[in-house]
Ligand binder design. Structure first.
Ligand code: ATP
Length: 232
């Protein structure tokens, strides 16, 4: 998650209870069934009759329709242009995905979220006006690589390409030291925002005299370069 993604999700109305999901592949089905399970009203769409029947049998959405989303008239007749947020979950059919996103934006849908499956796909979706593009394969690949190389970093929030907030396990070298002993600001250029104790409670802005223990969690903010200098 980064700041621009967060800004987009913040613009979505909290009281919007309806979503349409176009494309019932593995990704679209996961979006549908999760929203449905959370109590939202979901309309699932696919051109493929088998996918539609399967979705109905599996009850992953309140409503499921068979239509071709590259046809603007089909979208209009089915009322999809009236939705505030539509998810285009067509990863493997580039032309269909781009045309669908374009039709939705031209039809006046406020929030079009689309799945990309390549860098070119991502750029084209942005060009036709998609409001937010997700690229799950790339995102998962990046987070797996980060996890493999820095397993003690539990969570990362990218503020911009150079700065992050990270949640990490207290390094062995910091075990038993007080926060003032560590001199995180002077030695690493980092600010400590919170410490997570064994009871899963976080202490925000901990006192300099607090002692850190191995196995606890610390949350720091700073440049990626400085975060990488931590002894983890
Ligand atoms: P995977 O399932 O491999 O993870 P995915 O979730 O990106 O990938 P795709 O293989 O891209 O899914 O399939 C998306 C679905 O979109 C398919 O079920 C396909 O039938 C459907 N689809 C493709 N073109 C259209 C279209 N024009 N209108 C509606 N549905 C479409």
């Amino acid at each position: 998650m980064n700041l621009s993604s967060l800004n987009f999700f913040r613009t979505l109305r909290a009281d919007n209870k309806q979503f349409a999901v176009i494309g019932l592949g593995r990704f679209g089905k996961a979006v549908c069934s999760t929203l449905h399970g959370l109590g939202y009203e979901v309309l699932g769409i696919d051109t493929d009759e088998k996918k539609v029947t399967q979705a109905l049998n599996d009850r992953i959405a309140a409503h499921v329709l068979q239509l071709d989303s590259t046809e603007p008239s089909a979208l209009q007749e089915a009322g999809i242009l009236e939705f505030e947020t539509v998810i285009v979950a067509i990863g493997n059919y580039l032309g269909e995905s781009i045309t669908t996103a374009l039709n939705l934006k031209e039809g006046g849908v406020s929030n079009v979220i689309a799945k990309a499956s390549s860098e070119t796909h991502l750029k084209l979706l942005k060009k036709v006006g998609a409001d937010h593009v997700v690229f799950p394969e790339r995102e998962m690949g990046c987070s797996l690589a980060r996890l493999l190389t820095k397993p003690s970093i539990l969570e990362r929030f990218d503020l911009d390409p150079d700065h992050s907030i990270v949640e990490l396990l207290v390094p062995e070298k910091f075990d038993g030291k007080t926060i003032s002993d560590l001199e995180l600001r002077r030695r690493y250029g980092l600010n400590l925002l919170a410490v997570g104790r064994a009871d899963n409670k976080f202490e925000i802005n901990p006192q300099p005299s607090e002692r850190l223990r191995k196995g606890e969690v610390m949350v720091v903010i700073g440049s990626n370069k400085d975060i990488n200098r931590l002894p983890i």
